[in-house]
Design a protein around this ligand. Structure first.
Ligand SMILES: *[C@@H]1O[C@H](CO)[C@@H](O)[C@H](O)[C@H]1NC(C)=O
Ligand SMILES: *[C@@H]1O[C@H](CO)[C@@H](O)[C@H](O)[C@H]1NC(C)=O
Ligand SMILES: *[C@@H]1O[C@H](CO)[C@@H](O)[C@H](O)[C@H]1NC(C)=O
Ligand SMILES: *[C@@H]1O[C@H](CO)[C@@H](O)[C@H](O)[C@H]1NC(C)=O
Ligand SMILES: *[C@@H]1O[C@H](CO)[C@@H](O)[C@H](O)[C@H]1NC(C)=O
Ligand SMILES: *[C@@H]1O[C@H](CO)[C@@H](O)[C@H](O)[C@H]1NC(C)=O
Ligand SMILES: *[C@@H]1O[C@H](CO)[C@@H](O)[C@H](O)[C@H]1NC(C)=O
Ligand SMILES: *[C@@H]1O[C@H](CO)[C@@H](O)[C@H](O)[C@H]1NC(C)=O
Ligand SMILES: *[C@@H]1O[C@H](CO)[C@@H](O)[C@H](O)[C@H]1NC(C)=O
Length: 260
């Protein structure tokens, strides 16, 4: 018992040393890069959520969101393919305030709604976590730019239409996951996209589609990972599926954000 403890202690010390040594070792490298406007990311992930899937797999779903389009914006996330996932929560030059978005707020309400109830809270979260890291882009210098640019991207890539073009519409029968993927890729120059499913009642329900964009050009590029959390068959559900009655409005009051 004591032996095991001391082994753990030694390992722990080595680990702490590595942590302490690492920053000083990597400092010269950082200084070398300081001359150019080095980004911490090399692509954006443009994430779209489908309300049918979200509300089917989440106990908390805002009744209002049923007015939303089939696919709406989740966020625009600066991401780095060589480290894990997205670059988040940077020291933003500009503070979020919903007033800065008033010229585009109507569109944001339609195209970027929260399924948990409070849109400005959702946007604030997206700005703090992701928008704050996007500011090195020439088109994205301010809070308004971040949301405005994302709306432009949304208008450009109409996933509902991509799917309709291949006769894939929301329904209660499953689709082959492969067909769902292909339908989207067909309209995106065959670039790799990511499709996110959640499991509900032992079925795979599509909740999100993620499209990767070039860091500077914002054109579609292959997503670095072949990620899919879907099984062979997936359900692309209409907003109100059987058993999918939205919770009573009172339920949304004490909602804690679980949106990324
Ligand atoms: C933005 O550019 C600055 C200056 O080059 C750099 O220090 C910072 O890490 C960059 N931020 C991101 C999120 O890429
Ligand atoms: C991505 O992350 C790696 C490891 O943290 C870092 O070295 C690199 O500078 C980052 N940026 C890009 C554009 O890959
Ligand atoms: C939404 O959240 C903000 C804080 O982020 C708060 O000021 C506002 O009152 C909330 N709105 C509603 C309708 O709950
Ligand atoms: C690069 O950084 C310089 C100095 O901070 C700034 O003036 C310039 O606008 C930046 N370029 C881009 C493309 O962000
Ligand atoms: C948003 O971008 C459009 C062009 O795409 C521009 O006309 C408009 O002024 C921008 N709005 C804001 C609030 O930045
Ligand atoms: C996407 O296409 C549908 C028609 O299939 C249309 O109703 C909707 O407004 C379009 N969305 C955007 C953002 O252009
Ligand atoms: C869940 O679905 C899988 C694949 O369709 C099936 O093999 C399995 O038996 C199911 N499990 C239950 C508990 O229904
Ligand atoms: C983005 O586009 C620029 C300019 O065309 C190119 O140099 C860069 O390699 C591209 N990045 C990715 C991740 O595709
Ligand atoms: C989700 O959709 C499936 C298929 O229509 C249905 O069987 C299930 O009851 C739904 N669950 C919820 C929580 O909406």
């Amino acid at each position: 018992m004591l032996q095991r403890f001391s082994v753990a202690l030694v390992l722990c010390c080595i680990f702490i040393q590595l942590l302490v040594i690492h920053p000083t070792e990597s400092r010269p490298k950082k200084q070398k890069q300081a001359g150019r406007n080095q980004s911490l990311f090399n692509h954006y992930v443009f994430a779209l959520t489908t309300k049918g899937g979200f509300c089917n797999t989440s106990r908390k779903c805002n009744r209002q969101s049923f007015r939303a389009a089939q696919w709406t914006i989740h966020g625009l996330w600066p991401s780095n393919s060589t480290s894990s996932g997205s670059v988040t929560s940077c020291a933003a030059r500009e503070k979020f305030s919903v007033e800065k978005l008033s010229p585009i707020q109507e569109r944001l309400n339609d195209d970027w709604p929260s399924f948990l109830g409070n849109n400005s809270k959702f946007w604030h979260h997206q700005w703090s976590k992701h928008g704050s890291c996007s500011v090195n882009h020439t088109l994205i210098k301010t809070v308004a730019d971040y949301f405005n640019t994302t709306l432009d991207i949304y208008r450009k890539h109409n996933v509902s239409n991509f799917l309709i073009n291949d006769n894939i519409v929301p329904r209660l029968e499953p689709y082959k996951t492969k067909d769902f993927f292909e339908a989207i890729r067909n309209d995106l120059d065959n670039k790799n996209v990511n499709v996110i499913c959640r499991r509900a009642a032992n079925i795979s329900v599509v909740v999100e589609v993620r499209i990767c964009l070039n860091e500077t050009q914002l054109n579609v590029v292959d997503c670095p990972r072949k990620h899919s959390s879907c099984r062979k068959d997936l359900y692309y559900l209409p907003p109100l599926s059987p058993g999918g009655e939205p919770p009573a409005p009172a339920d949304t009051a004490k909602v804690v954000a679980t949106e990324n």
